[in-house]
Design a binder for this molecule. Sequence first.
Ligand code: DMJ
Length: 603
Amino acid sequence: MSFSVQQKAANFSSTARSVEEYVWSKASGAGGAGSDRNRPTTSDLPLYKDKPLNRSFSRRSQRERSIWIIIGIVVGIVVYFLYRIVSPVDNERKSSWLFGRRGASAKIWKDRQNQVREAFLESWNAYEKYAFGKDIYRPVAKTSRNMAPEGIGWIIVDCLDTMMIMNLEEPLSNAREWVANNLTYDQDYEVSTFETTIRMLGGLLSAHYLSGYDDMYLEKAVDLANRLLPAFDSATGIPYASVNLHTGKGVPSHDDGGASSTAEATSIQLEFKYVSKLTGEALYWEKAEKVIDIIDSAKAVDGLAPIFIMPETGTFRGSQIRLGSRGDSYYEYLLKQYLQTNSQELVYRQLYDEAMAGVKKYLIQKSKPTGLTYVAELDHGVDGALSPKMDHLVCFLPGNLALGSTAGYPLHIAQRTSWTITQASDMKLAKDLTRTCYEMYKVTKTGIAPEIVYFNTDPKVTEDISIKWQDAHNLQRPETVESLFVMWRITKDPIYREWGWDIFEAFKKNARLADGTGYTCLENVNEVPPKPRDNMESFWLAETLKYLYLLFEDDDSILALDKVVFNTEAHPLPKFNMQPLFKTGWARRGGSNQDSAPAPGAD
Ligand code: DMJ
């Protein structure tokens, strides 16, 4: 199977892709997303008539003109080379300045992108050799095992779209064959509702989209969505933490008094809504959006939702608030639900804006002594004390803030329209937090960030960041490179690419196994050489390497941020119009969905 994202990118602008279009494209053989039918042909281009030659010029004046043109060109060339010699370009670029700054730079980024592709291939090849089809791979021991009895494609399904984006034809063909012939979700096994939705359902939907609507992926996705649906059968519609894929029984969490995690319950909406769009069935849509209705009714203070919610009562459990584990993607999906349906559902924008105002009011702090901006936690609600702890997971936030600020458009374009104080302040916060997330890598001995850091608030202490031994591991997480990718696309500031390159080099140096069996998680990022924590996370392939690859891609029309939304596992899904089949089926108590002022990206 061959896939070229460059070709497909031209048609990603078809954001309102509908079932009808799908049927039409199959019937007409137009080739769906892979078709070139929207590209201008030469005959579409405007024609300019040649200017008539002015025959009244004398031969002498023509010669004088030619001489002046030649002198002009020579002077231009001399000035250009003088500028190149004295201009402050870095050494890498200077070494190839003869080839032109732009060309050399593009070449370097292409080469770096290729190195990321190589890292993916090395990880995948080792997995294919030692663990193919298994859910878990231990690259040091070269062993593997399944989670469900027959395996549920945990690694394969999660990385299908990365292979498509990287144009890896052979691995993709093997992976597709495995999915088509071996993968069944009809297994007597309890899966995490959230993890299975974002990784498996999201992975299949994205593979369907990027493959030019390959039916096989859609059939698997719909089967899985149907098996996950009983998770929503609680008294309120808040999904249970787990669900049995064969019996269809929803299972409350065995911990936390049966509460579901807020982030988990509220980060399945993009996937289920897209299933509705593809099948024309409203059920998935309704189940997914109902969750946000219940969360809103639970009345978070200033938009900051506690991290647990009870599925039977719809009330929050406890008052812990954070944007790290169990809180993070609630905020991410508020924004992305608004973006997914082409900025038509203002209620999600309103909720997102309230939440970001709450984040700024209560959680944003500066460390000592250098003043890094960080996001603190509240262990006892908004009236309790702040904890200066920050999970690496929080590093999704800068990218999300930038995305919310410009609705995915380049900064200079967004600034040209109505640029509000809130947009500017979100963008500033995005920049400050991106720097902090990068610092979380820079301060360690390996150059790789730990799972959790603490920021210093004591004026007598000299280091801004400290790491406890129990938090010093690295799980190959993607959030910082995710934000770097979004920041690069939106601002075009090359510093974000350079930071991404530093991070990739650190992984290559410290997490790559010398025998070529892949990349591993680490026990302690402050030990050199670090001891492996023998595991390869599926999101290493699905997210971390995908975002790095896209960070080093020059062509912004590939998975353009104003055309697609990435789910929280980095699976791109196209934006679409919800009419005529779907609508926002709920309204905030005491307010109308139409109340909000037009927000960035609103049509
Ligand atoms: C991924 O599964 C998703 O990004 C999720 O939102 C958070 N945890 C991991 C990656 O860190």
